[in-house]
Design a protein. Structure first.
Ligand code: ADP
Length: 480
């Protein structure tokens, strides 16, 4: 079975969020399940070339008057083959794949990702010098959404579209639709047209054979008006062909082997966690105290993650015996408020604005709790990492958070299922309550250790999720 996995980011080559983690781990896990899978992504200027072998061209094709070249390479340390779609709007532009230094989306995003989609379709159609044809194309998020619509009807590979976040939809105006040279047959309600505009995301949903999203609860939520962003109708229409599969944890997130943390640890020897904790406290300028609860947060500083509410909760708790450490980048207003809060409370609150892979690992290991009050969360990876690292997740019961975190109370502690703190309703008092509740759990060492170990022993390995995707691929090929 040949599968082409199309994505706009992939760890460790280029990463802005969870999609990169999935693209870095899922194809590898599928290839371990005997699937001949190759990944295709844009050849960004900031792609980390040290992780790939030398590239060779498989030719140039003219697409909408533009020359597009594809390079072929492999990931070093694995046999996974990668195609890199080369065009100056990717390869001659440094920085974030989706937005400029002013944090606004690149003005030509529909053109660049439209071109990327067409290059993937051209590769599948055999237009490049490559004698490999996918039976299945697995597309991901809006940047790849035009692929299912553009595949030619004859000899069409089956395709699956995975929604990692429905909030980012790739909606553009009608002039853009015309500029992208799309056939008018696609400008209709049961195609790309979306309330008078065009939507890449809708294209992916409507034209793919199967839609998946990254947790079972999110798969249900997006069928409702509240979480459906106007696409609940088309998502409901998919019926049985919409499924939720929870993401897994990549091999690089394991406290027993993680080379980015200060000392390794495992359930049977936890000392490394507390050594890492005090070193991280020192690194962040917080008082080094193993006993003071350290609550961490890592993520994009945007409303989705509830950072506005979290800031207010932290402000209300700043005089308690609790330390907070926050790592993230995002909207300027949140970055500024957080920096101010840290400057005013240097012994309680540490803030690092920026993207820092190593610090992310160290914080996951150092924290006693990870607070994640997301308004919605398709899957969420940090709570999965937290479970594995013995860092209690404090979460809002939505999406993948609901599917992976079980609230700790007498009943669940006795049953051995407790692994975190969960709130059903999201507001500032609820977050404050949850943090205080966590502190009360933390103070009862016996119960706390049980909750911690329940989390560390939870299995969220990619191989399990990959098995679910493989089942979908097999079912699609049978239909073929
Ligand atoms: P999303 O994809 O919505 O951003 P996820 O929880 O699914 O959220 O995945 C986020 C991923 O990005 C995690 O691996 C997280 O550790 C990482 N991450 C987010 N912000 C930062 C940052 N500032 N520095 C390092 N890693 C980050």
């Amino acid at each position: 079975m040949n599968v082409l996995f199309a994505t706009s980011e992939m760890f460790p080559l280029i990463k802005t969020g969870g999609l990169a983690d999935v693209s870095g781990a899922l194809p590898q896990a599928l290839s371990n399940l005997e699937i001949n899978i190759k990944v295709i992504l844009p050849n960004y200027a900031d792609l980390k070339n040290e992780y790939i072998a030398s590239k060779s061209s498989i030719g140039k094709v003219e697409i909408l008057g533009q020359n597009v070249e594809i390079f072929k390479t492999t990931l070093i340390n694995s046999k996974l083959e990668i195609y890199l779609v080369d065009h100056p709007t990717f390869s001659a532009r440094k920085g974030n794949p989706y937005m400029g230094p002013d944090k606004n989306p690149w003005h030509d995003n529909p053109d660049r990702f439209g071109l990327f989609c067409r290059a993937v379709v051209a590769l599948a159609a055999g237009e490049f010098n490559e004698n490999w044809h996918p039976d299945i194309i697995h597309t991901n998020d809006w940047q790849t959404g035009l692929i299912p619509a553009l595949l030619s009807e004859s000899d069409k590979p089956k395709n699956i579209f995975t929604i990692h976040n429905l909030a980012y939809q790739g909606v553009f105006d009608r002039q853009t639709f015309e500029r992208l040279g799309l056939p008018w047959s696609l400008w209709r309600d049961n195609a790309l047209e979306y309330w008078g505009n065009m939507s890449f995301m809708k294209s992916g949903i409507v034209f793919s054979d199967t839609v998946t999203t990254v947790s079972p609860t999110y798969a249900e939520e997006i069928k409702t008006k509240e979480y459906g962003y106007g696409l609940d109708g088309v998502l409901n229409n998919k019926g049985e062909n919409l499924k939720g599969i929870l993401n897994g944890i990549g091999e690089d997130w394991n406290p027993a082997t993680d080379h980015l943390i200060d000392e390794n640890y495992a359930p049977e020897h936890m000392a490394g966690k507390y050594i890492t904790k005090t070193r991280v406290q020192k690194h962040l300028g917080l008082p080094e105290n193993e006993k003071t609860p350290l609550i961490v947060h890592i993520g994009r500083l945007v409303e989705q993650k509830g950072i506005d509410l979290l800031i207010q909760a932290i402000e209300a708790l700043k005089d308690e015996n609790i330390q907070f450490a926050i790592l993230g980048t995002g909207e300027n207003r949140f970055e500024q408020t957080l920096n101010k809060l840290a400057a005013q409370n240097p012994h309680k609150i540490a803030v690092h604005i920026g993207y820092d892979e190593k610090l992310a690992h160290r914080l996951e290991a150092a924290g006693d709790a990870f607070v994640m009050p997301s308004r919605f969360e398709p899957c969420g990876l940090n709570q999965l990492y937290s479970l594995k690292y013995g860092t209690i997740p404090i979460v809002h019961r939505v999406g993948g958070l609901a599917d992976s975190v079980t609230h700790s109370n007498e009943e669940t502690i006795t049953a051995g299922t407790a692994n975190g703190v969960v709130i059903d309703y999201l507001d500032v008092p609820a977050i404050i309550w949850a943090i205080n509740y966590f502190v009360s759990l933390y103070e009862n060492k016996e119960n706390f250790n049980k909750i911690q170990l329940n989390g560390m022993n939870t299995q969220h390995e990619w191989i399990v999720s990959a098995g679910e995707y493989k089942k979908i691929y097999l079912a699609l090929l049978q239909e073929h």
